[in-house]
Design a binder for this molecule. Structure first.
Ligand SMILES: CN(C)CCCNS(=O)(=O)c1cccc(Nc2nc(OCC3CCCCC3)c3[nH]cnc3n2)c1
Length: 278
C-alpha cells in the first residue's frame, strides 16, 4: 500500500537545500521520526523527470549502515512535488559540527577523523560496488552532505540527487555554492572518476581537522588556480604525521597517484577501527 502525506505529521523544517525543503516528520502508524526532502518537479523536462525517477530508484537500492536510508516516496501531482522519505540523522551535518568547533576554537579528536574517513570510504565503496560500470559517483561530497546519527556514526546523504538536480552543464548551476572540493581534473573540465571522489574526501577530512578547506580563494577563478597548484597548509599540530601523509596522498594533483578506496581500507589505522573491539 503506497504511503500518503496524511500518514506523516510534519514536526519542523530542518533546512532548505538546493532542491527544496528538508523536514523532520513523524510516521503516525508507529511514531518513528524520519526526514523528507520536498522536490518540485513542475518545471522539469521529461528527461529531467526520468533522471529523477531513476535516481530515486537507485536510492531505494542503496542499503548500507553508513548511507542515509531511503524509506519511501510520495508523489503529489496537485503540487507537482515528490517527497523522498529518509532516515532522520539526529546528529546533524558535519558542516554544522565544523562551524561549532570553529566558534568554540576546539579541534576534533583525531580518532573521530579516522572514523569518519573509514565510514565514508565504506559508503563510497558500497556505491562503486553496487552499480559497477555505471557507478554512482557521489559528485557532491561535502560536510553539508555528511550526517551523523545519535551515536555519531556517519550517514552519507543526498546520493545521486546532486547529479539530477544540478545536471545543468553550466558551471554555476552544476555546482551550487563555492566548489571548494572540486578536483583539478574537474576544474579542467575533464571527466569525473572515482579518484575525484577521493580528492573530495581528502578535502573533507582535511577540513574536519583544520576547520577550513585546504584550498580557499576570494572567487572561483582564484580557487581554480590554487587547486591546480595543489599547495595547502599542513594539518594543525595535534594531528599525526600518519594522517597528514594520507591526506596529502588523497590531494595529489595527478589522480593516478591518489589512493583508491581499497588502499584506504587497507591502511593500518583504518584496519584497527575495523577490528572487533576486545
Ligand atoms: C545547512 N545547515 C546549517 C542547515 C541547518 C540544519 N542543520 S543540519 O545540521 O543539517 C541538521 C540538524 C539536525 C538534524 C538533521 N538531520 C537530517 N538532516 C537532513 O538534511 C538536512 C538538510 C540538508 C540540505 C540542506 C538543508 C538541511 C537529512 N536528510 C536525510 N536525513 C536527514 N537528517 C540535520
Amino acid at each position: 500500500m503506497p504511503s500518503k502525506l496524511s500518514d506523516y505529521e510534519v514536526i519542523c523544517t530542518i533546512g532548505v537545500g538546493s532542491y527544496g525543503k528538508c523536514k523532520k516528520i513523524k510516521r503516525r502508524s508507529d511514531g518513528k521520526i524520519l526526514a523528507w526532502k520536498e522536490i518540485n518537479y513542475g518545471s522539469m523536462s521529461e528527461t529531467e523527470k526520468q533522471m529523477l525517477v531513476s535516481e530515486v530508484n537507485l536510492l531505494r537500492g542503496l542499503r548500507h549502515e553508513f548511507i542515509v536510508r531511503y524509506y519511501d516516496r510520495i508523489v503529489d501531482r496537485n503540487t507537482t512535488t515528490i517527497y523522498i522519505i529518509m532516515e532522520y540523522c539526529e546528529g546533524g551535518d558535519l558542516g554544522s559540527l565544523i562551524s561549532r568547533c570553529k566558534r568554540e576554537r576546539k579541534y576534533l579528536e583525531e580518532e573521530f577523523a579516522w572514523k569518519v574517513l573509514r565510514q565514508i570510504t565504506l559508503a563510497l565503496h558500497e556505491c562503486q560496488q553496487r552499480v559497477k560500470g555505471s557507478a554512482v559517483l557521489h559528485r557532491d561530497l561535502k560536510p553539508a552532505n555528511v550526517f551523523l546519527d545519535a551515536a555519531h556514526e556517519v550517514k552519507l546523504g543526498d546520493f545521486g540527487l546532486a547529479r539530477v538536480l544540478h545536471h545543468d552543464t553550466s558551471f554555476a548551476k552544476t555546482f551550487v555554492g563555492t566548489p571548494y572540493y572540486m578536483s583539478p581534473e574537474l576544474m579542467d573540465h575533464c571527466s569525473y572518476n572515482e579518484k575525484s571522489d577521493m580528492w573530495s574526501l581528502g578535502c573533507l577530512i582535511y577540513e574536519l581537522c583544520s576547520l577550513s578547506p585546504p584550498f580557499t580563494a576570494i572567487n572561483q577563478q582564484h580557487l581554480a588556480v590554487k587547486i591546480k597548484e595543489g599547495k595547502f597548509r599542513p594539518l594543525p599540530s595535534p594531528y599525526s604525521a600518519e594522517l597528514q601523509e594520507l591526506i596529502s596522498r588523497m590531494l595529489k594533483i595527478d589522480a593516478v597517484l591518489r589512493p583508491s578506496i581499497e588502499d584506504i581500507l587497507k591502511h593500518s589505522r583504518i584496519l584497527e577501527l575495523s577490528a572487533p573491539k576486545k
